[in-house]
Design a protein around this ligand. Structure first.
Ligand code: SF4
Length: 500
């Protein structure tokens, strides 16, 4: 892993005749949030059995591979509501099929299914308490704990049981939960992970609701973004409509209290989310472009020698494309003339490649993903733009490839600050020792290690100004992996488990 990774994408929809197919396309749009496994669970009443059931299909691989049999949607994933999950895993759990979500439990009052994005900070103590009560676990994931807490709750009714469970867990959690007749969407009180509410028109012309990690999952289905699920909010969607826990009604006042303020993950804007998505109430494209513009001031294009052609700015595709556009437009505005061009082509069809002995070098692996456009690079001053540098190993290979293609100089610009600390809130980061910013004693030394003529980063202030310009506020964001300012005390948040 050379980039920080989010763990999962979530999707849920209720009361739609094509619920499972919608989950399939929703997950397909969220594939970038997790590429190791995928699963869909539906809810239906089984006439033969005389009770509600939750059919499911899960497997390792991309969404298109896991659900490659059309019959699945006709004969297995039947029902008018569905939730889906696509995930990365930590290395220990990558091969254990029991860890693939959504999880399902059957208990005395019916069925519950759950899909989780995040990392519970008090999972160890909850697990110990459940073990002491004789609970048997199917997986090593902390997400399963929420289901057991709900199933064992002394409260009556599925919704009250789930609310009881949610008041016992801490940390980062965006959740979609399916009961036999309702869809529940939850964001933890800090709101670390995105989760949006969408509206869909059904074939009969009536409307229904769904939720997704990013709004690109609504777009593919012709749905409409309504709003974000708010930090600490529990939304219950059933055939009657939506009940918002905070605002009155039968479950008045049961939202999860905000003990540590709101701290949405700024890395979603830097890298994780798709630029065509709206997250935390703003388009990712807009914020990422602003980050590129700020970078033009913090990390400018190198000055030209008189008579030299304009430097070529090129993005490391695809996640840096948007920041590079903002960078070039602002650079030209402030008199640092440069030209945007495509110097690297990314192969989107890599998947798992079978590399023969002798081809194991990182250089070869990077070459399976990227190739240079030598006509663009030859004899030119090149400014490479990347969204972030975590370990830096891919960046180092790319610099070498660009040099080998004939670039006269290679300057590296990063549209986020140096990553100096891990994430305890569910993002998958290398250990602190593996972060290149910790391995090298200065930015010049990192540049030297990368093989670049110069290296410069967007400042923390520049990054937060970009967020502030888009939101009129910068206080509701976590930037701890850049600053070590953890919004939820690390003592509370360090139990990193084999979760989603
Ligand atoms: S530490 Fe970094 S990756 Fe983790 S939630 Fe905060 S900003 Fe996001």
């Amino acid at each position: 892993m050379d980039k920080a990774r989010d763990h999962c994408g979530l999707f849920g929809v209720l009361d739609h005749p094509d619920a499972a197919r919608m989950a399939y396309f929703g997950l397909h749009a969220l594939q970038h949030r997790g590429q190791e496994s995928a699963g869909i669970v539906t809810a239906m009443f089984d006439e033969e059995k005389g009770r509600h059931v939750m059919p499911q299909h899960k497997g390792f691989g991309l969404v298109l591979d896991v659900f490659n049999d059309e019959q699945l949607f006709e004969s297995t994933l039947v029902g008018d509501s569905a939730i889906g999950h696509t995930r990365y895993s930590t290395s220990g759990s990558a091969t254990n099929p029991a860890n693939i979500q959504p999880f399902v439990v059957h208990y005395q009052e019916g069925n519950l299914a759950l899909a989780h994005n995040g990392n519970l900070s008090n999972s160890r103590s909850i697990r110990e308490a459940l073990v002491a009560r004789g609970t048997l676990f199917n997986s090593s994931s902390d997400s399963e704990l929420i289901l057991h807490l709900a199933a064992q709750s002394k409260d009556n009714g599925p919704i009250r049981r789930i609310i009881d469970a949610l008041h016992q867990v801490e940390g980062a959690f965006s959740l979609v939960i399916l009961t036999d007749d309702a869809l529940i969407a939850v964001r933890d009180p800090n709101g670390f992970k995105p989760l949006a509410l969408g509206r869909f028109v059904k074939p009969d012309g009536t409307a229904t609701y769904g939720v997704a990690s990013e709004t690109c999952a609504f777009d593919i289905l012709g749905g409409e973004y309504v709003r974000d699920v708010e930090p600490g909010e529990i939304l219950i969607i059933d055939k009657e409509g939506i009940e918002r826990m905070e605002s009155g009604g039968a479950f008045d006042g049961v939202c999860i209290p905000r003990k540590n303020g709101v701290s949405q993950c700024v890395f979603e804007y830097v890298y994780f989310s798709r630029p065509d998505s709206m997250i935390f109430g703003e388009m990712v494209d807009k914020v990422r472009r602003k980050m590129g513009k700020k970078m033009a001031h913090d990390a400018p294009v190198p000055k030209r020698v008189k008579g030299e052609k304009r430097p070529i700015v090129m993005a490391v595709p695809d996640s840096s494309n948007t920041a590079a556009i903002g960078y070039v437009s602002e650079s030209n505005k402030i008199g640092r003339k440069c030209k945007l061009d495509i110097g690297l082509i990314r192969n989107h069809y890599v998947g798992r490649t079978f590399i023969s002995p002798g081809q194991e070098s990182r250089e070869f692996k990077v070459k399976t993903k990227f190739n240079t456009v030598s006509g663009v690079l030859k004899d030119r001053v090149i400014v490479m733009v990347d969204d972030s540098i975590v370990r830096g190993t891919t960046a180092r290979q790319l610099v070498k490839m660009v040099r080998d293609a004939g670039a006269k100089e290679v300057h590296f610009r990063v549209a986020s600050p140096p990553v100096v600390s891990p994430c305890f809130y569910g993002m998958d980061f290398p250990s602190p020792q593996e972060l290149v910013a910790n391995q090298q004693e200065s930015i010049d030394k990192i540049a030297e290690w990368l093989g670049a003529d110069s290296l410069a980063y967007l400042s923390v202030d520049g990054m937060m100004e970009a967020v502030e310009e888009a939101h009129d506020d910068r206080s509701n964001y976590c930037n701890a992996c850049f600053t070590k300012n953890y919004p939820v005390p690390v003592e509370m948040g360090v139990e990193k488990d084999e979760n989603d």
